[in-house]
Design a protein around this ligand. Structure first.
Ligand code: NAD
Ligand code: DAU
Length: 375
């Protein structure tokens, strides 16, 4: 099969190219889901070459990938997905046949106070990657048995908000309602357009709320865990009855691998935990787990006493619920970790990794790579 990429004449690179079964660009691999995904690939697919491109925004943390060293199977590149020259150079150098695109601004509350970076990273960044993939002819790089794939990782939030009944299917009309979900919806449309117009082998996944190790403590579960551990108020927006469909992060990562290996170009796959919970149920579960493991709060009260109902998020989507029939029936994927087990594992992980959380809360995790990259 002819290759269009222009490798440098570096002998080691040529060797790597022949040896590695897939050559994968992962964007945002230092974030929550990206880091879990890179770790999964590293442990399971030792013959794949993974290049992790991450800007190391506030949400990116090199410590999430401690223990994975650079070599023929792994390379870290600090950079911005909006940087056209860098991206084109990487496609030329690395001869990718696979892209798994996680990099994004991901927190809804931040999109409400500062939507500009969401438009830039999520829309312009995705466009830059799609253009580079198209112009590099990356689909021609694939070896037999490893079909080329540009996998765009998206969210269930593009579908909008549900009432008390019903589920999001892959045919549900898009109805994004926050700057975050609008920017993700735009990027999904671009990705789909590149399949239809240019034949780029795009696949899209739309997943529900993830939880698990390495989640940045601005999101509900790690934030509540950390506050409950430190006897601080637990902010619950509105009446606490908004519903999310929670999925353990490794189940999401495994679903992505299934889509890479068995999915079809031009298709979207919903991924969900079939695990709807009201926010207040999630918060009380964390309180109870910590009471059981550590005893009552400093006040001598159960940690539920720290719950504080605060004003609602603007435009707060009421309910998300995924119908994951398609990925189950077509690709054989199902979540393996139920919520009780996943929360137990998550709480244990945060308890065992307190220095990781403390570094983030006091800002020193940024110094770690600021020194390394002279930021
Ligand atoms: P995250 O915020 O934890 O990580 C985002 C990563 O992207 C960080 O490492 C950050 O440094 C990097 N990044 C941000 N802007 C960048 C840029 N311009 N160039 C290069 N790198 C950049 O996010 P996450 O929760 O891991 O989510 C990853 C992806 O999965 C996102 O696309 C998100 O929309 C999607 N998703 C998340 C969830 C969830 O529950 N967290 C659910 C469904 C889909
Ligand atoms: O559904 C998938 C989405 O899930 C992803 O696309 C997003 O990237 C991810 O951040 C997540 O979005 P949510 O807004 O659902 O997650 P978050 O953890 O911010 O909030 C979960 C719910 O908890 C939501 O209803 C808001 C509520 N909440 C959140 C925070 C941070 C609170 O009640 N209090 C809080 O302090």
């Amino acid at each position: 099969m002819s290759r269009i990429c222009s490798f440098s004449d570096n002998a080691n690179r040529k060797l790597t190219r022949m040896k590695n079964k897939r050559r994968v660009l992962v964007t945002g691999g230092c974030g929550f889901i990206g880091a879990n995904f890179v770790r999964l690939l590293h442990s399971r697919y030792s013959d794949w070459r993974v290049v992790n491109l991450d800007k190391l925004t506030y949400a990116g943390n090199l410590k999430n990938l401690e223990g994975i060293s650079e070599g023929s199977e792994y390379r870290f590149v600090r950079g911005d997905i909006c940087d056209k020259n860098l991206i084109s150079r990487l496609f030329a150098e690395e001869c990718f046949d696979t892209v798994v695109h996680f990099a994004a601004e991901s927190h809804v509350d931040r999109s409400i106070t500062g939507p500009g970076t969401f438009v830039r990273t999520n829309i312009e960044g995705t466009f830059t990657l799609l253009e580079a993939a198209r112009k590099s002819g990356f689909a021609g790089n694939a070896e037999e048995g490893a079909p080329p794939c540009f996998l765009h990782v998206s969210t269930d939030e593009v579908y909008g908000s549900l009432g008390q009944t019903g589920y999001f299917t892959e045919n549900t009309a898009y109805d994004p309602r926050s700057p975050y979900s609008a920017s993700k919806a735009s990027s999904d449309h671009l990705a789909r357009a590149y399949f239809h117009t240019y034949g780029l082998p795009v696949r899209i996944t739309n997943c529900s709320n993830n939880y698990g190790p390495f989640q940045f403590p601005e999101k509900l579960i790690p934030l509540v865990f950390n506050n409950a551990l430190n006897n601080k108020a637990l902010p619950v927006y509105g009446d606490g009855k908004n519903v999310r469909d929670w999925l353990y992060v490794l189940d999401h990562c495994e679903a992505i691998v299934e889509v890479l290996e068995k999915g079809q170009d031009g298709q979207c796959y919903n991924i969900g935990g079939n695990n709807e919970k009201q926010n207040i149920e999630v918060v009380t579960l964390i309180c109870d787990l910590l009471d059981k493991k550590l005893g009552l709060a400093e006040s001598g009260q159960p940690r539920r006493s720290l719950i504080d109902f605060v004003p609602d998020r603007l435009g707060h989507d009421r309910r998300y619920a995924i119908d994951a029939t398609k990925i189950r029936e077509q690709l054989g994927w199902e979540p393996r970790v139920n919520f009780a087990e996943g929360m137990e594992r998550t709480v244990e992980w945060y308890l065992a990794n307190q220095p990781w959380v403390i570094d983030i809360v006091n800002g020193s995790y940024q110094k770690y790579y600021a020194e390394m990259y002279r930021l």
